[in-house]
Design a protein around this ligand. Structure first.
Ligand code: 5GP
Length: 110
């Protein structure tokens, strides 16, 4: 269990921008861009390395929700990031899609 489970269970407050039965999107506590939202499945999948065949519809659901959430956040351009594993910068082991936007983003990332 991670801190994100506490947010899902409303045991920890978060600025929620979207929620349904399968997923939750909330503002990152330490934003790296003017808009920085985390989109997570409610199912506890630690990282992309642990996505299984049975998660196909769930992960597809998250991707389908991305443009809807981006529209809600008034983002026309944005970047999706899924840090997967410690060396990739993952710190919370409940899979999450970072939705970053609101400024020009440099490439490549660090
Ligand atoms: P990661 O480094 O694992 O890809 O991303 C984890 C993200 O979760 C970080 O951007 C961090 O700021 C965010 N985060 C960590 N703890 C909390 C929290 O308690 N609330 C919110 N809203 N975001 C958090």
């Amino acid at each position: 269990m991670t801190i994100f489970t506490k947010i899902i269970n409303k045991d920890l407050p978060a600025n929620i921008v979207y929620e349904d039965e399968l997923c939750l999107a909330f503002k990152d506590i330490n934003p790296q861009a003017p808009v920085h939202v985390l989109l997570i499945p409610k199912k506890e999948i630690p990282s992309s390395q642990q996505i299984q065949k049975e998660d196909q519809n769930l992960m597809g659901h998250l991707m389908v929700k991305v443009p809807e959430i981006a529209k809600r956040l008034k983002l026309s351009s944005y970047r999706l990031v899924v840090n997967s594993g410690e060396d990739a910068g993952q710190t919370v082991f409940h899979i999450h899609i970072h939705i970053l936007g609101g400024r020009k983003l440099a490439w490549p990332p660090g």
